[in-house]
Design a binder for this molecule. Structure first.
Ligand code: ADP
Length: 482
């Protein structure tokens, strides 16, 4: 079965902000109209009936007194009373019945029922001392029943009842008139509210249309300028966020372009050297075998270098992928470092560098073994590469309850202060020719940093020229997925 909420979401109109604003204004405008209509007209009706009932009751009670005074129940020929009764009847467009104690109709202003007997619950109740009562009949008449009392020796006795039916015509016609006026006003109000709702829904959203147009202009390439819609704070904020996004995109684009040109340059350099070597061999005739050999060795070195650059580039690309590429498992970090240092031992020995490992704690952590090994061996390799004769590289492993740290320090040449902020940049080398000589590509630290960031870790460097460098890597013991 279809979920009704999904159906509402699917209904595109409700998702439109302008339609929502339109509906809110319409509802907010119509609610007071409905309340006023029912509140005022409903109250008017109740009020008009009460006022009329009170008014007629007063008149009827006066006449009821006169009925006793003129002994009307025994003799209904009194002209004064008859005149009063017909006046009352005319005035309120109603009918007056005078009923005696034996329920016989003494007087009927319509002269239809005189002499007949009237049996009615209300009249019997009134005769038994129920007092004055009034009720609404068929929404068209107000019926007022007043007892006719006779006083004898200060004791009053009910001798009859005066039943007056008053027409509600006047009230109803005023009510209908008011209702038609109210309807007219409501239609007018509806038109005005509709107009306001249409205007507001467009007016409020106009700045958003402007900003959409401005974004589209940038998107379609008509302009490259910053967008600014100052109509309201919200659009200004959207504009600022968009400009910042564009700034980031431009910076990314620039860095990508720079990267591509750096890659091309770095890849072309060994190729150019090989070409020069090969050309010079081809240009000579009867090249001695030793020279051939020497040139071929140089060409092999350049091929190795090209290979190293490509391998490093591929490693870097792997490191800049998403967390989904992480192959995380619990790894014995002590064993990982020991194995890594064992592998690097021959390189260190060749350069006469002493490798020292100090483990302050046994550490097991959730890491990607391959990526972390690559990151840390780059640091140790740099320690060996940028060292001095008979120097040392020290690796210290420590941990607290949240992180483990690996400090790689060396007794090497150090990094100049002004270069420190650039060392993680791709292809950056403090001394290009020296780095080239010792087989550096300028990608090692960029790879290391990306790998550590993928582990949600951090890397800090402390270096002094001529004295040595120390890198400290800190990584959470438990892998944080996002
Ligand atoms: P490379 O492949 O050239 O070593 P890296 O990205 O690993 O590239 O390092 C960038 C630059 O930082 C190096 O060229 C070097 O100048 C400097 N550097 C890195 N590590 C050290 C270190 N331990 N001692 C001195 N300089 C270093």
């Amino acid at each position: 079965m279809d979920n009704p909420l999904i159906k509402i979401k699917k209904f595109k109109g409700i998702r439109s902000l302008s339609i929502r604003i339109f509906l809110i204004i319409m509802i907010a405008g119509l609610i007071p109209c409905v309340i006023l209509h029912h509140g005022i007209l409903g109250r008017y009706m109740d009020n008009a009936v009460t006022v009329k009932t009170n008014e007629v009751q007063t008149q009827v009670r006066i006449i009821a007194d006169h009925l006793t005074t003129y002994n009307y129940l025994l003799d209904n020929s009194s002209e004064v009373v008859n005149a009063e009764l017909s006046q009352l009847s005319n005035l309120y467009d109603g009918r007056v019945l005078i009923v005696n104690g034996s329920l016989r109709i003494i007087k009927d202003t319509y002269a239809i029922s005189e002499g007949k007997t009237l049996i009615s619950e209300e009249i019997i109740k009134c005769l038994k001392g129920g007092g004055i009562s009034s009720s609404l009949r068929d929404e068209r008449y107000i019926e007022i029943i007043v007892p006719i009392e006779e006083k004898q020796d200060d004791v009053s006795r009910i001798i009859g009842v005066m039943l007056t039916s008053v027409s509600m015509e006047g009230i109803l016609s005023s009510y209908e008139y008011l209702q038609s006026r109210a309807l007219l006003i409501e239609i007018l109000a509806l038109v005005i509210i509709f107009g306001i709702a249409v205007f507001m829904s467009r007016f409020i959203l106009r700045p958003f249309d402007k900003i959409t147009d401005a974004i589209n202009e940038v998107k379609n390439g008509f302009t490259d300028e910053e967008i600014k819609v100052t109509d309201c704070l919200e659009t200004e904020r959207i504009g600022d966020a968009f400009n910042q996004l564009m700034g980031r995109m431009r910076a990314l684009d620039a860095s990508r372009q720079e990267f591509v040109s750096n890659v091309s340059h770095e890849l072309k350099t060994p190729l150019a050297s090989m070409k020069v070597l090969a050309d010079s061999l081809l240009a000579q005739e009867d090249v001695p075998a030793e020279l051939y050999r020497e040139f071929m060795e140089d060409i092999t070195t350049e091929i190795d270098r090209e290979n190293k650059i490509i391998t490093d580039l591929l490693s870097l690309v792997k490191m800049t992928r998403t967390a989904a590429d992480m192959n995380v498992e619990v790894v014995d970090i002590n064993a990982l470092l020991e194995l890594m240092l064992k592998r690097l031992g021959p390189i260190a020995a060749r350069a006469n560098i002493k490798l020292i490992f100090e483990s302050r704690r046994q550490v097991n952590a959730e890491v990607d073994e391959v990526k972390l090994t690559l990151a840390l061996s780059n640091l140790v390799e740099n320690g060996i590469k940028y060292n001095t004769e008979n120097g040392w590289v020290k690796v210290v492993l420590d941990a607290d309850h949240q992180y483990f740290s690996v400090e790689v320090s060396d007794s090497g040449i150090g990094i100049p202060k002004e270069a420190i902020e650039h060392i993680y940049e791709r292809f950056y080398r403090v001394d290009k020719s020296h780095s080239r000589e010792i087989g550096g590509t300028g990608l090692g630290l960029a790879i290391t940093r990306s790998a550590i960031l993928m582990h949600r870790g951090s890397i800090l460097v402390d270096s002094e020229e001529g004295k040595g460098t120390s890198f400290t890597v800190k990584i959470p013991l438990t892998y944080i997925a996002s």
